[in-house]
Design a protein around this ligand. Structure first.
Ligand code: URA
Length: 192
């Protein structure tokens, strides 16, 4: 855990956390990475979104959701009345798994203390978990995203709002309808 130094604000604390993540060699995924992808966005975000793991474009650029799924995510955020620079986007894993395979359970255990630190530093009102890996990690549930999407579940002081993974919705018209409705709903929840 990266502790806040005295007088440090959330932006400085996040920068410290990113510094630690940038040096990480706690699992084998560090061997294959071009860049670590700690996360990106507003340190004071009301909405923090959590995906699965960096893909090829993210690994090359060091930023989350910059490929096709990321362009779609930008459109989805607009449906909620949000721009990318007012939210914070992170992933369960900070390094790209080979050929974008699923995260392994031991990688999730090793990497997620960073995500916890980020969530604590940002203190968002909403945690939007995208897809099964982030939803299961944040909600400690075995329930799938099909059952959970579009509903708020409290986890401590956070409102957790699961949605399908944008990459999954991109190629499945049924999920596309659902995820777009969910982001519109998020926009309504934000208006209160
Ligand atoms: N998919 C994810 O889960 N995260 C990214 O950063 C990009 C694609």
């Amino acid at each position: 855990t990266v502790q806040a130094k005295e007088g440090e604000d959330s932006a400085q604390l996040l920068a410290d956390i990113e510094g630690v993540i940038g040096q990480c060699r706690r699992c084998a995924l560090c061997e294959g990475r071009t860049n670590v992808v700690p996360g990106f966005g507003n340190p004071a975000a009301r909405v923090m979104l959590v995906g699965e793991a960096p893909g090829k474009n993210e690994d090359l650029q060091g930023r989350p959701f910059v490929g096709a799924a990321g362009h779609y995510l930008t459109d989805l955020l607009a449906l909620a009345g949000l721009s990318r620079d007012e939210v914070f986007i992170a992933n369960v894993l900070k390094c790209r798994p080979p050929s974008n395979r699923d995260p392994h359970p031991d990688e999730i255990v090793t990497c997620t203390p960073y995500l916890r630190d980020q969530v604590r530093a940002i203190g968002p009102e909403f945690l939007v978990t995208m897809g099964n890996f982030s939803t299961k990690f944040i909600l400690k549930t075995e329930r799938g995203i099909t059952r959970l999407h579009g509903q708020v579940t409290m986890a401590g002081r956070f409102k957790v709002f699961p949605v399908y993974h944008p990459a999954a919705a991109l190629y499945d018209p049924t999920k596309q309808v659902a995820i777009e409705a969910d982001f519109r709903r998020l926009g309504e929840l934000l208006k209160g």
